[in-house]
Design a protein around this ligand. Structure first.
Ligand code: 4AD
Ligand code: MG
Length: 430
């Protein structure tokens, strides 16, 4: 019977064949322990000299790291391993022998591993992070589909710049200028006027010269947009969505979280409602905490966000930022016109902002005025203004950065390990 490591538990005490790779091994004169991997998981194969042919035992002892093989044997219970079972190997068939695999069990530097990202993905830790990423993707579709949202795909090649003009990748679109999308938001607003509640999930690009543990040049963003939702309604969706992905990972990725030695108690504490603090109060709090470098009207840096997040030990919404540090489309706060109806969701444990969202201006004259102030060319945004001409309604939306969410939930330090092939300031290879 041909099966996989993940499915093998169904075949307890039966003989099966699994196609995989040799991850690692150790052996003595009488026994060899093969660490096998097949994409679905990692499993130990035990080869006992007295129970296999001499050829098979020699093969088990000499087989090289990352050689591909078919192993056949009986699945038996193994309560000591995370998996709960192992294989008593009977025969091994080598498919392709690997020589001098570059990533050995010793320590390699980050740059070396990043240069070998195509191989590094095979490691146990990287495998666990990608599985968690996949679970967050699955749970995202589940959440929005179960809550009446329609997925709409905004274009990637665009003529406009929702999040400011300084961070755009420029390209030619035949004779015109085009940019890689920074955010699908403006198109999602159009889609919300057609479908009510919509979400997008796709790649976005920022030509940002930031070299931090939170910044990628290319990242995936989930952008829901909801007609007739005010800012508070949107915050509720955000906390329910984030709670759903955290709980889904806790439920469906127990082996991966263990591999990553993630403190799952911290994740289990993530339940609604999330704490909220206004920008004004956050500035006061930071001053009390001894941050002399922050003045009202300035954006927060990573240390500020971390100090606020540490105070709560939960994701926290910072609401109502000053108008002048946020994009043109945000609805003014009726209680203080120097601020807007927006929030950033800051993850715990120093992972920083994972969501940015706001209520959108729905008044045509105000939108035109704000676009003027931001020196945006009204002609290339005329489709966006149309949304305010033909049946404009209050609406809100937000964007969650997938890789930052994966970093936080997995507990990995740097977002580069949360993207299969990260694009970084100095990295376009592999
Ligand atoms: O705060 P941002 O720039 O918001 C928007 O783009 C809005 N148009 C979203 C919307 O309302 N539809 O980005 C949203 C999120 C951030 O909170 C962060 O998680 C992620 O996208 N993000 C990045 N992730 C990795 N690398 C970068 N360079 C990122 N820039 C933003
Ligand atoms: Mg933001």
């Amino acid at each position: 019977m041909k099966t996989t490591i993940k499915e093998a538990k169904k075949y307890l005490n039966q003989e099966v064949t699994i196609g995989g790779w040799l991850h690692n091994k150790r052996s003595s004169g009488k026994i060899a322990f093969l660490q096998l991997r097949d994409g679905t998981g990692f499993m130990q194969g035990v080869v006992v000299k007295a129970e296999v042919s001499e050829d098979t035992f020699q093969l088990a002892k000499n087989i090289t790291q990352e050689s591909s093989l078919f192993v056949t044997g009986v699945i038996t219970e193994d309560t000591r391993s995370d998996l709960g079972y192992e294989m008593q190997v009977k025969t091994i068939e080598v498919i392709d022998e690997a020589h001098d695999y570059p990533i050995t069990p010793k320590n390699h530097g980050t740059e070396f591993l990043m240069d070998h990202r195509h191989l590094w993905l095979r490691s146990k830790k990287q495998h666990a992070v990608m599985k968690i990423r996949n679970e967050i993707i699955r749970a995202t579709y589940e959440f929005f589909n179960n809550n009446g949202f329609t997925k709409i795909d905004p274009p990637i090649l665009t003529a406009s710049a929702p999040e400011g003009t300084s961070e755009l990748f420029h390209t030619k679109y035949f004779d015109e200028d085009a940019f890689l999308s920074q955010s699908g938001q403006l198109y999602m607003e159009a889609a919300a006027m057609a479908h009510g509640k919509v979400f997008s999930f796709g790649p976005t690009f920022r030509a940002e010269k930031s070299k931090t543990r939170r910044h990628l040049i290319e990242f995936w963003m989930i952008e829901p947009e909801m007609a007739f939702y005010n800012h508070d309604d949107s915050l509720e969706v955000q906390e329910q969505y984030v709670t759903h992905i955290v709980q889904s990972v806790l439920k469906n990725c127990t082996i991966e979280l263990k591999t990553l030695e993630r403190d799952t108690e911290k994740l289990a504490n993530v339940v609604t409602p999330f704490p909220r603090i206004t920008y004004d109060d956050a500035v006061k709090f930071l001053k009390e905490e001894g941050f002399d470098d922050i003045e009202w009207g300035e954006d927060f840096g990573a240390p500020h966000e971390t100090a606020i997040a540490n105070h709560y030990d939960l994701p926290v919404f910072i609401t109502n930022y000053p108008t002048n540090i946020k994009p043109f489309y945000m609805q003014p706060n009726p209680e203080n016109e120097d601020t807007v109806l927006c929030a950033d969701l800051i993850a715990p444990e120093g992972y920083g902002e994972i969501i940015g969202g706001s209520e959108r201006i729905n008044d045509l004259a105000l939108m035109e005025q704000r676009m003027n102030e931001h020196a945006l060319d009204a002609e290339s945004y005329s489709y966006y203004l149309d949304l305010r001409k033909y049946g404009s309604v209050p609406h809100s939306g937000f964007g969650l950065g997938l890789e930052r969410a994966v970093a936080w939930i997995s507990g990995v330090e740097h977002v580069r390990e949360t993207s299969p092939f990260p694009r970084l300031l100095n990295r376009l290879y592999p």
